[in-house]
Write a protein that binds this ligand. Structure first.
Ligand code: SF4
Length: 337
């Protein structure tokens, strides 16, 4: 796998301590990400989905070392050398930051309102000392053109632009230093549906042109469907299913994935919603998850064993894994092709 992989994440774990009292005694942990392993191939997109609070964003931030992880490996393959980013000091990490960038959810709050478009887009180039003077200006012009922005407006401030244009500015900023990996964290969630489609198409075009690798985080499965080669589903900090996109959408092998799929609105009045009709109940508290399978309090197929034993994540077909005790027995409903 690592031959074509840009990134192999192994056993990534991030626990946040819960502290109490004046002495800040640690009384428990929020298990935001719990022993997650996944790989992203060069030039491909891995969609990472799950409800809010499932740990997706924390995982993305750990991969970029924006926050430290509790345990695990982040193996980054670059020019024939594999580096475990988890082992690098903040100083050593600086060199690798050039290769990875993030596009944030909210184009309204992720751009500094006091900076011009030029300042925002040129920032990674200046911080990483990649360009200065005329070369810096040329590069900013080039990336703004690439994302479909009019370079005449680069001295304007973010408030002068629409949500879609601001997200284009965010993409230009990420693109400016020519990264290999971009973590898109709910990158289109705050946008209108028609603008979402434009931004998704732009991301796909840029991926093709520059062989970019995306970790595409979204709570909405319908958003990842058209951009992802593979999809990984997280529930309360754990990976519960991963598969090539079409297999996951048409033949889900985990009840949580089936429930997420059933919540996707489809513009076909003749197609009835599956009986599960979405996901009932609340996501459990990651500081105090239920025993056994974390999904059992909400799972329509739960049996006594599900309350007692945690199901292992197993491969059921090439590239398709699921963590469910009844993965071989259940006939789950996906979406039609
Ligand atoms: Fe549902 Fe049991 Fe499978 Fe968990 S292990 S998803 S509770 S059937």
């Amino acid at each position: 796998m690592s031959g074509s992989s840009l990134l192999d994440v192994r056993g990534l774990t991030k626990y946040f301590p819960i502290e109490e009292g004046l002495l800040r005694r640690v009384v428990g942990h929020v298990r935001a990400v719990d022993h997650v392993s996944l790989s992203i191939s060069r030039g491909r997109t891995l969609g990472l989905v799950g409800e809010s609070g499932s740990g997706k964003t924390t995982l993305g931030r750990c991969v970029l070392r924006a926050i430290d992880l509790t345990a695990g490996e982040i193996l980054f393959h670059h020019e024939g050398v594999t580096t475990d980013l988890a082992q690098l000091s903040r100083r050593e990490m600086r060199e690798f930051r050039k290769h990875m960038q993030m596009i944030f959810q909210d184009p309204y709050s992720s751009l500094d309102p006091r900076k011009t478009v030029f300042d925002i887009v040129s920032e990674p180039l200046r911080i990483n000392r990649i360009a200065a003077g005329k070369a810096l200006e040329d590069r900013v012009r080039t990336v703004l053109e690439l994302v479909g922005m009019d370079v005449r407006y680069m001295k304007r401030f973010p408030h002068a632009f629409s949500g879609g244009q601001r997200q284009r500015i965010g993409i230009a900023r990420a693109l400016s230093i020519n990264p290999q990996l971009i973590v898109c964290d709910e990158a289109v969630s705050a946008l209108d549906v028609s603008v979402q489609a434009q931004i998704l198409n732009l991301l796909k075009d840029l991926q093709e042109e520059f062989k970019l690798t995306y970790l595409f985080i979204a709570h909405d499965l319908s958003v990842v469907e058209h951009v992802s080669d593979e999809v990984a589903v997280m529930y309360v900090g754990k990976l519960v299913e991963q598969a090539p996109t079409q297999a996951l959408f048409t033949s889900p092998r985990h009840p949580y994935t089936e429930a997420l799929l059933s919540a996707i609105p489809r513009p076909d009045p003749d197609r009835p919603l599956p009986e599960t009709g979405g996901i009932e109940g609340e996501l459990p508290d990651p500081a105090n998850p239920p025993p056994g399978c974390y999904f059992h309090p909400r799972c329509p197929y739960a049996e006594p064993i599900c309350r007692e034993q945690e199901p292992p994540l197993i491969e059921i077909a090439p590239g398709h894994t699921s963590a469910c005790h009844f993965v071989e027995e259940l006939e789950l409903q996906g979406l039609e092709d």
